[in-house]
Ligand binder design. Structure first.
Ligand code: NAD
Ligand code: COI
Length: 334
């Protein structure tokens, strides 16, 4: 049996080596290239493919894999929004993801972004850089005074809530599905409007679908409290960047913590000579503000997460090749 993996980074190699040692019956090939129509040919002779990328998977790349006789694709991450399910179904692929590699990694990052905004750490860092070691006017706010609106109470949203409770925050939550534990605690509001009305901080933890693209738009921001903070560690396309910039300009939005941004693939994952040279005016605009913290889709990036992403994705791909049905098969008929 052979598995071929795409986009393997140096930091993943030790976990991959361990997996190979534990699975001597599997031949593993890999490249650091992403899966494209060109690189797809590298999987010739493989029974399954393991991959991870934030760019869209193209129909052309999937067609090449299909023509090589490959039926199984296992991604090393959670989100499946960069696949066109119709393409997967047309070519008869079975897809697995890693739904729970470490919700804590992302939840901790979201809470950290909130804390950095509340205590105005980018402004203090700039002051120190300028030789200004004074306090005012950089006064902070405390977590325990905040009502945090958590949109999406799945794996990541629930860990975020757990951590926030430890800080003494009041929490309101919104989800199309009500988790019984959260329901018991009486934290759900019925509508997003209600959450917007109550929350001092809003944090997004929902998957991206066609139906919720730009859910945070002018109208949503208008319904929020003056001076709201917005945190996005889910998917960039959930926020209309123009609306966010407008909200920041007017002061309606006091700050934002953004691990993901619409069209991030034009900038993220590459090294630029300076922030002034990035080829995306909106990301440049956001990243240069002292009340906005941008991180390059790195919320997931912890040692624990990387190890689990490798292990579960390879285990799943092996199971599929063996004819088993692991419980992390993605329903591509939704
Ligand atoms: P999950 O499936 O466990 O939870 C998602 C929750 O969102 C579910 O409870 C679901 O009912 C709810 N939901 C779906 N559509 C909704 C809608 N329109 N309105 C309200 N709620 C809705 O997923 P998760 O593991 O918590 O991950 C959430 C998202 O975080 C992923 O889909 C992915 O896009 C993103 N993510 C980002 C990173 C990162 O590094 N920044 C890492 C992992 C995941
Ligand atoms: C996910 O797991 O969905 C992420 O956003 C992580 C990223 C490496 C794709």
């Amino acid at each position: 049996m052979k598995i071929f993996a795409y986009g393997i980074r140096e930091d993943e190699e030790p976990s991959l080596k361990k997996w190979e040692q534990a699975n001597p019956d599997v031949e593993v090939g890999f490249t650091n290239n992403m899966l494209t129509a060109d690189s797809a040919r590298m999987a010739e002779g493989a029974d399954g493919v393991v991959t991870l990328q934030t760019a869209d998977y193209t129909r052309e790349a999937l067609e090449v894999l299909h023509n090589l006789g490959i039926k199984y694709i296992s991604i090393r991450n959670v989100g499946v929004d960069n696949f066109n399910f119709q393409d997967l179904n047309d070519f008869g692929f079975t897809l697995t993801n890693v739904p729970v590699y470490s919700p804590n990694a992302i939840a901790e990052h979201a809470v950290l972004l909130m804390g950095r905004l509340l205590r105005r750490t980018p402004e203090f860092a700039q002051k120190i850089e300028d030789g200004d070691f004074t306090w005012a006017p950089t006064i902070g706010k405390e977590y325990r005074e905040q009502t945090v609106g958590v949109i999406g109470t799945g794996h990541i949203g629930r860990v975020t809530m757990q951590i926030l409770k430890g800080f003494g925050c009041k929490i309101v939550a919104y989800d199309v599905y009500h988790n019984p534990e959260i329901e018991k605690q009486g934290l759900y509001v019925d509508t997003l409007e209600e959450l917007y009305k109550q929350a001092d901080i809003i944090t997004l933890h929902v998957p991206l679908f066609d139906s919720n693209k730009h859910m945070i738009n002018d109208k949503a921001i208008e319904q929020m409290k003056d001076g709201v903070y917005i945190i996005n560690c889910a998917r960039g396309e959930l926020i209309d960047t123009d609306a966010l910039i407008k909200g920041l300009d007017s002061g309606k939005v006091a700050g934002a913590g953004l691990d993901v941004i619409d069209n991030e693939n034009s900038v993220f994952g590459k090294k630029w000579s300076s922030i002034d040279n990035i080829p995306n005016e909106k990301i440049r605009n956001l990243a240069k503000r002292l009340n906005v913290i941008v991180t390059p889709h790195s919320a997931f990036y912890t040692e624990t997460a990387i190890h689990n992403m490798i292990t579960t994705s390879f285990d799943s791909n092996k199971s599929l090749i063996e004819g088993l049905r692991p419980d992390n098969i993605v329903d591509t008929n939704k």
